[in-house]
Every structure is written in C-alpha cells, then in structure tokens.
Design a binder for this molecule. Structure first.
Ligand code: CP
Ligand code: NVA
Length: 307
C-alpha cells in the first residue's frame, strides 16, 4: 500500500492509478478484518453544508472503529453558517483536528479550505465530485467480479458529481466507463477530458445520449437521482426528459447476464430506478452502501499514516 499520509482527496484525479487500486485493495482487507488500523486520540471533523446519511454515518463509524473521535461541524452550529470566511475557518480547525471531511456546493470553496489547511482535507461531496462514493463503488465491483481491469460500468442519468467521479475513478482503475445522459445533461467536458487523460489508453470513456447502447454487455448499471441537492426546483421539469433513462428490466436485459445494479442512494424509486431493479437479484446497492464505511476507513487510515 502506498501511503497517502497528509494528502488531500479533492477529486480522484489527485490519485495515481496505483494509489487508487491500493486503497481499494486495503478496503477489501479491512472489510475482511485481516488488519485493523488504530488511531486513538485522532479527531475527524465533519463540515457538512448539505444533508447526508451514508457519508456522515460511515465516516463516523469508521473513525470510532479505529479508536478515533468525530466532531460534527454542521454550519448551523458553527460560525461558518454566519459567514466566517473559509480561509479563516481552515486556519483554526487545522490546529484542533487531524483530518476533515467537507460536504459543500462549490469545489472552489473546498479548494480554498484545502489550500489553507495543513491537515488532510477529504471531499465528502461537492457539486463537482463525490470521490468517496466512487471508492466504495470500485470496492463493490471488485468484490462482485474479483477484478477491476477490463470491466465495463455504465452510468445512466444525470451527468452530475457522481458521474464525474465514476468517470475519473473507473478510468484510473482500468474500468471502461460509459455515461448515458439526455442531451444537455452530459458530464462537464473538462471532466470527460480529464477521465480520458487518466485512462491513458487503458480503458474507454464513452459519453452518449443512447441508454440502450450504453447498457449493452455492461458489467454494472449505475444511476443516481435526476435532480441533485440544490436542484430540487428543477425536478418536475427534468422528469419527462429523463424518463427514457430509467434503470429497469429493459436495460438490465441488455447488460451482461451477471451484471450488477448500483445506486449511490438516496434513490427515488419509480423515477431513475424501478423497485424491481433495486430489490432484484442483480442489485448490490445495500452492499455498496455498507462499502462506504470500509472504503473510507481505508482512506482515513492512509491519510492518517496508519498503514
Ligand atoms: N451516497 C451518499 O453520499 O449518501 P448521503 O448523501 O446519505 O451521504
Ligand atoms: N448527485 C446526488 C448525490 C447524493 C449522494 C446529489 O448531489 O444530491
């Protein structure tokens, strides 16, 4: 395992291919219980400006299981919510904490914080990226298929933060990635370009508006909500545009017979995914949610220098 001691994780582009696959391999070991890193006395801060169930709880439990502690720095109970600048907050918090995970809107706010803070800063979701989610997704792929290299993951839906991180993570890990979105909802071109650069010819990065072509022969079908946090007012307008991009038995029938179904959650059942696809034999969605904890424990252990 290559140590990430002291490093930030703002997007998966911060990692090399070996660092990313090393983290996934460490997560496999931690899940199996073959090693148990310990960090008594270390403190993780959670500065979340948006709602969270999985990320908040899985980070907290991972830290507790390693003997560390967690402080909830919700903006509504800190001066952040009253407008104290991020650069000042960063310079103070890094004198108390050992590591911080931040969920916010603008990637630039996260970058400003990370530029000022000496401690590792982890992106717990921004409008641009959700790298911790992709770590768990790669772990889920690896435990389902025994390998990552050569697999094809198809993401169908909005070209959002989750799609961006999947593109970067899959490209680095040698997983072919296809992203099918309605016209005008494609991933940002700069993220597609970045993913293709990271793939370095070792895997394909395809962006299309054709969900059926994208699903053909795929090893994983993945989706996320059609309107992300902060876009709720667009949900009604988006629903008819996204309707042909629902993960259901029609798309699953086109995928590899052993294909798995993934969703980062929370899901809107009956919109981006059917109940049947969520609960059917192909679904690995609940293991995927559990894997948030194992993957983030591996990340914390690595940036804290425990491995
Ligand atoms: N998938 C995910 O990040 O879930 P939360 O928003 O509940 O943390
Ligand atoms: N794209 C979603 C992911 C939630 C985990 C959002 O940003 O709301």
């Amino acid at each position: 395992m290559i140590s990430l001691k002291g490093r930030d994780l703002l997007t998966l582009g911060d990692l090399s291919a070996d660092e990313l696959t090393g983290l996934v391999d460490l997560a496999v070991e931690l899940k199996a219980g073959t090693q148990t890193p310990r960090c008594p006395g270390k403190v993780l801060g959670l500065l979340f400006s948006k709602a969270s169930t999985r990320t908040r709880v899985s980070f907290s439990v991972a830290m507790y299981q390693m003997g560390g502690q967690v402080i909830d720095l919700n903006p509504s109970v800190t001066q952040v919510g009253r407008g104290e600048p991020w650069i000042d907050t960063a310079r103070v918090l890094d004198r108390y904490l050992d590591v911080i995970a931040i969920r916010t809107f603008e990637q630039n706010d996260l970058q400003i914080f990370a530029d000022r803070a000496e401690i590792p800063v982890i992106n717990a979701l921004t409008d641009l990226a959700h790298p911790c989610q992709t770590l768990a997704d790669l772990l889920t792929l690896k435990e389902s298929f025994g390998t990552l290299s050569g697999l094809t993951l198809t993401y169908i839906g909005d070209g959002n933060n989750v799609a961006h991180s999947l593109m970067l993570g899959c490209a680095l890990a040698g997983v072919n990635v296809r992203v099918a979105t309605p016209p005008n909802f494609e991933p940002l071109a700069e993220m597609t370009d970045r993913a293709r650069a990271l793939a370095n010819g070792n895997s394909e990065v395809i962006v299309t508006t054709d969900p059926k072509a994208a699903a053909q022969g795929a090893h994983a079908l993945y989706t996320d909500v059609w309107a992300s946090m902060g876009q709720e007012s667009e949900a009604d307008d988006r629903a008819p545009i996204f309707a042909p991009y629902q993960i259901n038995h029609t798309l699953l029938d086109l995928a590899d017979p052993e294909a798995i179904v993934l969703h980062c959650l929370p899901a809107h059942r009956g919109e981006e995914i059917t109940d049947e696809a969520m609960e059917g034999s192909h679904s690995r969605i609940w293991d995927q949610a559990e894997n948030r904890m194992h993957a983030q424990k591996a990340l914390l252990a690595s940036v804290l220098g425990l491995v």
